[in-house]
Design a binder for this molecule. Structure first.
Ligand code: FES
Length: 270
């Protein structure tokens, strides 16, 4: 076997021998995630325009709607009005959004992406980083990322709740205090959101391990094996599902906000 001796030298941050445009991907991740974080922060604390008065579209950012803040949203909430003792900074979205955001923040794919894009740890493969030590995910604080499995359980429930919201988005007010079946662009937008979030959630590495782990011979457990194959199929494109679902969930919220603020009637009833 041919051998050659290499001398290890300490390089300046961002030093590399790579000739390709390695910085493009972290930059795109930085801009994409950064835009989403800014928009989501604005919407979470806005505390308004999350359920139009004239259409049954609940934005995914506020779902499940535990408490409402006015007559209309209180009627659609699980537990009625927001308690008086709750600080005004706490909106219905603050009560719920920690779960899907925690799920994304601890996702195996996103970790790899934002460690590079935001923490430059390292900026990319074989590009030197601006620190000397590496503590990894086996020590504090990054060991906390192992909580991902538990966020997964909550995320699966939330996908179910969002699917129920799509059902609700098929029933429009008939103007006489009752409901009538209908379909709107908002219904379709929310339905696509569930499909994309489902593809992302059910392709999770943790879920794959949960379903395919423990048994020694997967071939002897046909139900598990089939589930494992389905999850693996989604998992192969996990990055794609991650980005599509992230963009679409932001777009879904923006769409509901537009409907709520403009009063646009985007549906037909039957
Ligand atoms: Fe990405 Fe679980 S690894 S959602």
């Amino acid at each position: 076997m041919a051998q050659s001796e290499l001398t290890l030298t300490e390089h300046k941050p961002f030093h590399t021998q790579r000739k390709d445009v390695w910085w493009v991907q972290p930059l795109v991740v930085f801009l994409g995630l950064g835009t989403f974080i800014l928009y989501a922060t604005f919407r979470v604390f806005e505390g308004a325009h999350f359920l139009p008065d004239h259409a049954p579209y609940l934005t995914p950012f506020y779902s499940p709607l535990l408490f409402g803040i006015d007559e209309h949203t209180i009627a659609h909430s699980w537990f009625g009005a927001m308690p008086d003792w709750m600080p005004s900074l706490i909106t219905p979205a603050v009560l719920i959004l920690w779960a899907p955001l925690g799920f994304r923040f601890t996702c195996y794919y996103y970790r790899g992406a934002y460690y590079k894009a935001f923490w430059v740890d390292p900026p990319s493969c074989t590009v030197s980083e601006p620190r000397k030590g590496y503590r990894g995910e086996q020590s504090f604080p990054l060991i906390i990322q192992n909580i991902h499995r538990y966020f997964l359980y909550v995320a699966i429930v939330i996908v179910g709740v969002l699917a129920y919201d799509v059902w609700e988005a098929l029933w429009f007010s008939d103007g006489n205090g009752g409901k009538t079946f209908g379909i709107g662009i908002g219904t379709i937008v929310l339905a696509i959101n569930v499909v994309l979030l489902g593809g992302y959630t059910f392709g999770c590495h943790s879920l794959r391990h949960l379903v395919g782990g423990i048994v020694d011979l997967l071939s002897k457990a046909p139900i598990r094996r089939n589930m494992y194959n389905c999850i693996s199929c989604l998992n192969r494109r996990h990055m794609l599902w991650a980005w599509m679902s992230l963009c679409w969930v932001g777009f879904s919220d923006l769409y509901v906000r537009i409907i709520a603020t403009t009063g646009w009637k985007d549906y037909i009833t039957f």
